[in-house]
Ligand binder design. Structure first.
Ligand SMILES: [Zn+2]
Length: 420
């Protein structure tokens, strides 16, 4: 996965500090090595980039699944979210980090609250994160939360050796009226940060905004000036032809979350249309409360399956496109130089164990990675030149302790929930 998508057998990657200094055949490198790790049957590829998450929602995994969306959100998720402490969010973020690292994710874009707790957790975990405080305009008439979000964005920008990038996160046009979106757009421009927003996720949202403003979510965002800054659009299921003129001039792109979209019964991203219009498409999981799993290998499968269903033909979407979305695609949306293996690229890569029954034989390495591999096949994860997963063991924090704590906190939240 260099710029020409070459596959080397055997292959070697050399990195120095936080950058890849060589990638290719082992014979092609003659320089010194401080340490050498050989992984027989290992498949080395860029670390996966999860373009849309609410990491701390891992503490609510499996809560009220299979109920109607607005009932699920207003009667189950919101009451529990109101009781989450900063410490819950720190532990929930670490729980998500453990799951993400184990399944080969090196960085993710996050939107939530108590974002300092998430930022601290991620600094500890050794991952990359694009963090934004979620903003609900309807609950922020004075703009106090927007001010806090901007302060966070300024304070944490580039922290943790540059692994943390901050953004502003207006939740969506149905929770943020146009005037509020305008204020966020202005603040993002002033602070020089990108914007992370949910757009065109459900049929209900489209109907609501059409009735209220006679606009699509993309048109509303564009008119409010959101696209003047780099913008990460989460979901985009209902983006239509009429939205393309607004999207074509923007920096950023769309992150598709196929498992979440399927599980909530929302629909399928119009990927072919966006591809034709040269709008970058990346891949994300959404929070574990809606998706249950943060495994990007599962997400790649779901993207491929759903796009093939949408196209009505197997050749309508290729495995390499799913792998691209999970690496370069998300990187392009975020404006990040990663998602590829090449000299000068960030030293962010993973090694998948190819010596397993479900990976044998290997007619096509990309097909095996997308259609056969699962997250637990990942053996090594290197982020910013640091080994974060070594032979299946997380090196940056005590995973067993985090699981114990998360269980206890989850049980407390369930007990408190029963009192309501
Ligand atoms: Zn979301």
């Amino acid at each position: 996965m260099d710029d020409e998508n070459r596959v080397f057998r055997p292959g070697a990657v050399v990195y120095e500090g936080s950058q890849i200094s060589y990638a290719g055949s082992p014979d092609g490198y003659q320089g010194p090595l401080e340490q050498e790790i050989v992984v027989p049957d290992g498949i080395l590829l860029p670390g996966l980039l999860n373009g849309h998450n609410h990491a701390a929602m891992s503490l609510m995994r499996g809560m009220a699944d299979d109920s109607p969306f607005f009932e699920w959100l207003t009667q189950h998720v919101w009451p529990v979210e109101n009781r989450l402490t900063a410490e819950d969010i720190r532990v929930g973020s670490l729980l998500a980090a453990a799951e993400m690292i184990r399944s080969g994710t090196v960085g993710f874009a996050d939107m939530y609250f108590e974002v300092e707790a998430t930022a601290e957790a991620i600094a500890t975990a050794g991952m990359r994160a694009w963090i934004s405080r979620g903003l609900v305009g309807l609950e922020d008439p004075e703009g106090e939360k927007l001010n806090q979000a901007v302060a966070f964005a300024r304070d944490w920008q580039g922290k943790a050796e540059g692994r943390i990038v901050t953004m502003l996160g207006p939740h969506a046009p149905y929770t943020c009226p146009p005037e509020y979106l305008e204020r966020v757009a202005e603040a993002a421009k002033l602070a020089g940060v990108g914007i992370h927003i949910h757009l065109s996720e459900s049929a209900d949202e489209m109907k609501q905004l059409q009735e209220r403003y006679q606009r699509t979510p993309v048109q509303l965002a564009s008119e409010a000036g959101i696209f003047a800054s780099r913008t990460l659009i989460a979901h985009g299921v209902f983006i239509g032809e009429e939205d393309l003129p607004y999207l074509q001039g923007m920096t950023g792109g769309v992150i598709t979350c196929p498992v979440s979209n399927a599980k909530l019964g929302n629909g399928i991203l119009p990927y072919a249309m966006l591809k034709e219009a040269h709008i970058p498409v990346g891949l994300g999981t959404d929070g574990a409360t809606s998706t249950n799993s943060l495994d990007m290998f599962l997400e790649m499968k779901a993207m491929a399956w759903l796009q093939k269903i949408a196209e009505g033909r197997p050749e309508g979407f290729h495995a390499a496109e799913a792998l691209w979305a999970a690496t370069r695609g998300t990187a392009e949306v975020l404006g990040h130089p990663g998602g590829r293996i090449a000299e000068g690229a960030p030293a962010d890569f993973i090694v998948v164990d190819g010596n397993q029954a479900h990976m044998t034989p290997e007619w096509d390495v990309v097909a095996n990675l997308v259609y056969s591999a699962v997250g637990s096949d990942v053996r090594y994860v290197v982020i910013n030149g640091r080994i974060v997963l070594q032979e299946g063991i997380i090196t940056t924090f005590d995973e067993a302790e985090v699981i114990r704590e998360a269980k206890a906190r989850g049980e407390r939240l369930m007990r408190e929930g029963a009192k309501h």
